[in-house]
Design a protein. Structure first.
Length: 269
């Protein structure tokens, strides 16, 4: 049994509504007439492949969904989707692993759009220490391993604050991608118990610069902030959906503990 594909005009109108862009504004940005765009959305006109790609670009549609727009319009996808281990990605893969290694003794990880762990440096074990083995069985979902009661959650000192930060990021990604799997993950994570439930809006305190991840550790509390890096000009779905999160010490005591641990035992395995 095959499922009927939704018309491309319907999909484009849905993306336009999601981005809150008027038909006139999109027509002006894409340099097409409002009349033609209206005909495309109602199915009275079939857009060219170039038109589909142009509209997808101006609507900031993710590459995965641009391929779906092309299929709905009767065209073949143009954006490849290569497994991260594919030989064609060897140069990119080595560059990513070089970044991960050079970030030691601080933790860093690579995740895909679904927040599944793709790669990490050895120091990520500082964060995953004590996480239940079943949560670390591949494929490892980083958000689930972080917020699950059997995951990192019991070690996170500011669980309510960090939970609010992660759920906010995920909520924005659901809005940007309309991915039902991400929406399901968000619903699951919201149901996890938390002594201090995540507020809808985080209000920074006086002097706050970043939301830290504060972890209980045998050497004392560790505090981290993170940066997120993505590829600037991806033309492959896999690369477009990868992000590298690198953690840095948020205070001098944390930096001292991490360097001491590395000097004494080497990077954790």
């Amino acid at each position: 049994m095959t499922t009927a594909r939704r018309p491309v005009g319907e999909l484009l109108r849905e993306w336009r509504d999601r981005r809150r862009i008027s038909q006139l504004d999109l027509a002006l940005a894409a340099e097409v007439s409002t009349r033609h765009l209206s005909f495309v959305e109602t199915g009275r006109a079939r857009p060219s492949r170039e038109m589909v790609l142009r509209l997808g670009e101006h609507l900031d549609v993710p590459l995965r969904e641009r391929n779906q727009l092309l299929l709905a319009a009767g065209y073949a996808p143009v954006y490849s989707q290569s497994p991260f281990g594919d030989p064609e990605l060897s140069t990119v893969r080595e560059a990513v692993r070089r970044l991960l290694r050079r970030h030691e003794p601080f933790p860093a990880a690579v995740v895909d759009r679904g927040w599944n762990l793709v790669d990490a440096n050895d120091c990520i074990a500082l964060l995953t220490d004590g996480v239940a083995p079943e949560l670390l069985a591949p494929p490892v979902n980083v958000l689930r391993a972080t917020l699950h009661p059997d995951g990192m959650a019991p070690r996170i000192v500011n669980l309510g604050e960090w939970r609010a930060h992660l759920l906010g990021r995920l909520r924005r990604e659901v809005a940007a991608t309309a991915d039902p799997a991400l929406a399901a993950l968000l619903a699951e994570l919201r149901d996890y118990p938390c002594a201090s439930p995540a507020p809808e809006v985080e209000i920074p305190g006086p002097g706050d610069l970043l939301v830290p991840l504060r972890l209980r550790h045998g050497q004392g509390e560790l505090s981290f902030f993170s940066t997120v890096a993505t590829f600037g000009t991806p033309l492959d779905v896999t690369l477009a959906e990868l992000s590298i999160e690198s953690f840095y010490p948020a205070d001098d005591p944390t930096a001292a503990v991490l360097r001491a641990l590395t000097e004494r035992t080497g990077p954790p395995s």
